[in-house]
Design a protein around this ligand. Sequence first.
Ligand SMILES: NC(=O)c1ccc[n+]([C@@H]2O[C@H](COP(=O)([O-])OP(=O)(O)OC[C@H]3O[C@@H](n4cnc5c(N)ncnc54)[C@H](OP(=O)(O)O)[C@@H]3O)[C@@H](O)[C@H]2O)c1
Length: 264
Amino acid sequence: MKIAIIGAGNLGLAIAKGIINNKSAQALYITKRNINTLKELEGAKDVFLTSDNKEAIKNSDSIIFAVQPRHLEEVLNQCKEVITEGHTLISTVTGFSTGKIEKIVGEDRSIIRAMPNTAISINQSMTCICANQKGKERINLAFDIFNQLGHSIEIPEEQMQAATVICASGIAFWMRLIRATTQGAIELGFESKEALEMSVHTCLGAARLLISSHSHPEQEIDKVTTPGGCTIAGLNEMEHQGLSSSIIKGLITSYNKISQIAKN
Ligand SMILES: NC(=O)c1ccc[n+]([C@@H]2O[C@H](COP(=O)([O-])OP(=O)(O)OC[C@H]3O[C@@H](n4cnc5c(N)ncnc54)[C@H](OP(=O)(O)O)[C@@H]3O)[C@@H](O)[C@H]2O)c1
């Protein structure tokens, strides 16, 4: 597979590093206007750095767009003459629908949207994927790319905004929960480095338990809550203080905000 990444900023660069580490592209073209900031990738095997988007597209079959939403229309208009039926277009751009992309490049083009998160830099992204009618035929190409960079699922396009909140903003929400448990551990007497280590690995273990056992969180909670014990006392106090409720309200507030931004 020959891949072009148009717009190697935070996300584009993270995707590029994942593809390079996994050796999953025959050739990888990486673009941005100022390629001086890509020095760390200079000399990498089969990797080509350029500020010429058209050149990158002409030499590739799968094109990943990772520019800011305000730049995508201009980039697509600039490149549409070299985008052919053979290309699979994969956009990571938030809030830019396949319909809007079709209006620029044509509805006969294969268009896929992917919403990864920043854990893509360590091959641990949760990526949600959707496609236009034509893109559905090639959706496996996107899975081939993003499954090597973590875990991915297909969802209806109408749910992409909600997925952005849960998975992309979700990284920030989980970081805050990890920080809170770290602060609690410090208050209970652990040094901050130790506290963070304990918190992070407990979080990782909890997630891995669910992935391996396919069980529900409540089943795992039942295993550690002795009747009358300390875990249920702590959990119930967290709920009295509104833990689940505040998280759900936070997610809905984020969703309302992203919907409002999309409307404007
Ligand atoms: N960061 C995330 O976690 C995340 C998660 C999911 C989705 N997204 C979406 O992914 C997109 C990229 O996000 P980001 O955080 O990576 O943004 P970013 O760091 O600003 O990266 C965008 C890059 O695009 C380049 N660029 C701008 N105009 C260009 C052009 N005409 N041709 C080629 N490259 C151009 C810029 O570099 P130059 O100025 O040098 O050209 C910049 O490095 C956004 O649409 C965002 O909504 C991000």
